[in-house]
Design a protein. Structure first.
Length: 273
């Protein structure tokens, strides 16, 4: 996979760089560059990020950071079985529980919500930081809904973090999930209230809370033109612009030609006076 010239590998986190120090320098640099590409592409071009992660994995499968990156890249393209295997490998190498929620979500992705729910009750959850515990609640609520337990999903999301007025990185997603769960059980007015709260906390635009609010308020967004009509409109605009440019060019040529023609001399000069 090609690496852009401006990617040096120095962009990676210091802790990852430290892990790579166990490799020969040239190899470490190559792995680092591929990990940088995974991080850069993961959100917008997950398929490409996945390809770069496979390269890094072939180069350094015994590095925990590489296994974790490969896990997230697989997760992003819905290869949940692969992702779970990579996350388990990373966890074995590091001994940490940070990946527990996303591992549980992989179980959901593989159609095993009951396993995800079981993981939500394991001792590992108590070792998670606050953000990790919120993630675990989100996964558990999703598992409840997968199993047709919509009311239980609502209860699962009710927590001190949901009631808190402080805005944390996970606040918008938690409020959004709660609003969506309320809507699923027919509590529309409450759902609207929580979508509004999610929007208020969503400073980074991580949810579509504004669209959901608009739907509840009966606002319908309709494209003015169908895709094929839009294409025709754009082509017509381009043709019109080209025609205008051509006309301007012709006018400039005419003006230049006028300037080159000899001017009539004043009568006085012609008579020598």
């Amino acid at each position: 996979m090609p690496i852009p010239e401006d990617v040096t590998g120095d962009e990676i986190d210091k802790s990852v760089r430290q892990e790579l120090m166990s490799l020969p320098k040239t190899l470490a640099d190559d792995v680092a560059k591929n990990l940088v590409m995974v991080a850069k592409l993961l959100d917008d071009e997950p398929e490409r990020a996945y390809e770069y992660s496979r390269v890094a994995l072939r180069l350094a499968s015994r590095v925990a950071a590489v296994r974790e990156a490969a896990g997230f890249a697989s997760y992003a393209v819905a290869k949940y079985s692969e992702a779970l295997a990579e996350f388990r490998a990373a966890r074995r190498m590091t001994g940490t529980v940070d990946l527990w929620p996303v591992m549980a979500d992989c179980e959901r992705g593989m159609g095993r919500p009951e396993r995800a729910l079981a993981m939500a009750g394991e001792p590992e959850v108590q070792k998670l930081d606050r953000a990790g515990q919120v993630e675990m609640r989100l996964v558990a609520a999703g598992a409840r809904r997968d199993m047709g337990q919509a009311d239980a999903a609502v209860v699962t999301l009710q927590s001190p973090e949901l009631a808190s007025q402080s805005v944390q990185p996970w606040t918008a997603r938690l409020r959004y999930a709660y609003a969506d769960a309320l809507l699923a059980v027919g509590r529309e007015s409450e759902a609207r209230e929580w979508f509004a709260k999610a929007l208020e906390a969503d400073q980074g635009g991580t949810t579509d809370a504004s669209d959901r609010l608009a739907e509840l308020d009966g606002v319908e967004f309709v494209d003015a033109l169908a895709p094929e009509e839009l294409e025709e409109f754009e082509e017509a605009e381009e043709a019109e612009e080209a025609e205008e440019s051509e006309q301007v060019g012709d006018e400039i040529d005419d003006e230049s030609a006028d300037e080159d023609e000899p001017k009539d001399q004043p009568k006085g000069e012609a008579n020598g006076s």
